[in-house]
Design a protein around this ligand. Structure first.
Ligand code: ME8
Length: 517
């Protein structure tokens, strides 16, 4: 059977700053989805990378006394090392200073220019120097003429530049939005875009002349291509969409999800689709704009110096393990429309409640009892069971459906919750049926075996569902319980009865109790 292709992307990160929890978050979200979809048998392409042009990089490099390329090389390496630290399974890492990107961007721009989607014009507006972004008069007024990111005053700037005829796409975009209610998610974000879209679109400058660190505008090297246009195109250039000799990855187009933070929504929700309309390329299925992590109740900022940075991330991983951090990011993170607080106490509580006391405890209790009462071999389920019967096959089947559906829909917390409900049910089942008491009378051996089979089987299924979030420990469980590797058909793997009687079940201790300082 031909595997259904899927394409998920993160923003490409600026190389003028060091990676922090925000970057790790978006990339982890995409990694979880990519792993889960691969487990379901999809042919996934997961892309991340770095955004290396623009005046900010040029300026930072100047301040450091290195060339922009050197700065880019250094920080791109740092971003890659984060990928390794998080065990991220990206299929590609694109850098916008790579030849493959630059040549294709020039080609795409040429096409736009040939079609008269680009013209040379003069512009005056409110410019956010830090973000390299112009704001309309209305927006600038709303922002009190200050950058929403740095707080620095917006400046009045005039430039002769090449423009993209964004206004041409007003109606087409409105129609597209009406026909595709799920194009931008969550809904609150979609409403923001629609509100701004209704104010009317102006043409946007897509070149700059006040610095040189960028891709030269084809045919006029006085201009470099505006970093945002260059950056957005990475999603297409990485698949070779403008390189006919290298188009084997074009099957992944268009993206299933462009996952981004809410601050860069306009570029992805309006400029990017308009560019794609002009380039006659199919639109992504969904632009998903998550909210922000704040740190211990405060917005993360340079002035407060309170970024959850690489060192802090390493410390969390060092004490609680990578899976614990991934689990926390996925279940407590700002995937919805509100910001989330990265706090030590919340991290500790989530880890202890869900991972130590629930997943870890259930797996260790079950495997310890199989060790003790069944000599470490998975018992058979003969159907008879003391202490009331829970319809395990039906119950797990509906949780599996719910979990996979939520995952496909990028509702990662929902997907985890559906799996955790299975684990909690096992916990309650052990308490209700008390196999440790029944086992005192050898006449109950069959009941005890039946109970333990159901526990182990339910945990096996939950673990398969949780594996995309917690690959390390769920792989360890597979090994200890001799479950084999992932089959590539998660749904089938999660059918009740997959665990064979007689399988050697080793005792596991997955999540040790730890105290953070
Ligand atoms: O904007 N909480 O790059 P960037 C959650 N190069 N996520 C956060 C975050 C936070 N506090 N802070 C940052 C750029 N992020 C452009 C993108 S794409 C064609 C070009 C994450 O290095 C979030 O995904 O500033 C956000 O959108 C991204 O980092 C911004 O990274």
């Amino acid at each position: 059977m031909k595997q259904q292709a899927a394409y998920i992307t993160t923003p490409i990160y600026y190389v003028n700053d060091k990676p922090h929890i925000g970057h790790a978050y978006t990339t982890t979200i995409c990694d979880v989805w990519a792993r889960a979809m691969r487990a379901c048998g999809r042919d996934v392409h997961f892309l991340t990378g770095t955004d290396e042009h623009g005046s900010k990089v040029e300026k930072s490099a100047g301040e450091r006394g290195v060339s922009p390329q050197e700065l880019a090389d250094e920080n791109a390496a740092e971003f890659r090392s984060v990928m390794q630290l998080f065990n991220l399974t990206n299929d590609d890492f694109i850098r916008t200073t790579e030849q493959r990107h630059e040549t294709q961007v020039a080609k795409l721009i040429e096409k736009l220019a040939e079609q008269d989607d680009i013209y040379l014009g003069e512009f005056e507006g409110w410019y956010d120097e830090g973000q390299e972004e112009y704001h309309t008069e209305t927006k600038a007024k709303e922002l009190e003429y200050k950058s929403p990111i740095s707080g620095k005053p917006l400046v009045r700037a005039t430039e002769t530049n090449y423009y993209f005829r964004l206004s041409r796409y007003q109606e087409k975009l409105e129609k597209f939005y009406a026909e595709n209610p799920e194009f931008v998610r969550p809904e609150a974000r979609r409403n923001e875009v629609l509100g701004r879209l209704r104010e009317g679109l102006q043409d946007v400058p897509i070149t700059r002349t006040n610095f040189t660190w960028g891709i030269p505008f084809p045919g006029d090297d006085q201009h470099v291509i505006y970093v945002w246009i260059d950056a957005l195109m990475n999603y297409a250039t990485a698949l070779g969409m403008a390189d006919p000799d290298n188009s084997d990855k074009s099957r992944y187009w268009p993206a299933t999800y462009h996952v981004i933070g809410k601050e860069i929504l306009w570029f992805h929700a309006v400029i990017w689709p308009a560019l794609l309309m002009a380039l006659e390329l199919p639109q992504p299925r969904c632009v998903y704009a998550h909210s922000f992590w704040i740190s211990e109740g405060k917005k993360m900022s340079k002035s407060l110096g309170n970024f959850v940075d690489l060192a802090a991330i390493q410390e969390y991983i060092g004490t609680s393990g990578l899976d614990a951090l991934r689990y926390f990011l996925v279940t407590q993170g700002p995937l919805g429309a509100t910001d989330a607080d990265f706090s030590r106490s919340q991290f500790q509580e989530t880890y202890t409640t869900d991972l130590v006391n629930t997943v870890g405890n259930c797996a260790s209790r079950t495997s310890a009892m199989i060790g003790k009462y069944c000599s470490g071999a998975c018992p058979a389920d003969t159907g008879e069971c003391a202490g009331g019967r829970i319809e395990w096959p039906e119950f797990t089947a509906s949780q599996v459906d719910a979990s996979i559906a939520a995952m496909e829909n990028l509702d990662l917390a929902g997907a985890v919750e559906a799996a955790m409900a299975i684990v909690r049910k096992v916990d309650a089942f052990i308490n209700d049926t008390a196999p440790f008491k029944l086992a005192k009378d050898p006449a109950n051996a069959e009941s005890v075996g039946n109970i333990l089979y159901r526990c182990a089987e339910a945990i096996r299924i939950a673990a398969a569902l949780l594996e995309a979030v917690m690959p390390e420990q769920m792989t360890a469980l597979r090994a200890a319980w001799n479950l084999g590797g992932p089959s590539g058909d998660l749904r089938k793997e999660c059918e009740w009865g997959g665990l064979e009687a007689g399988t050697a079940i080793e005792k596991v201790a997955l999540f040790p109790r730890v105290e953070l300082d």
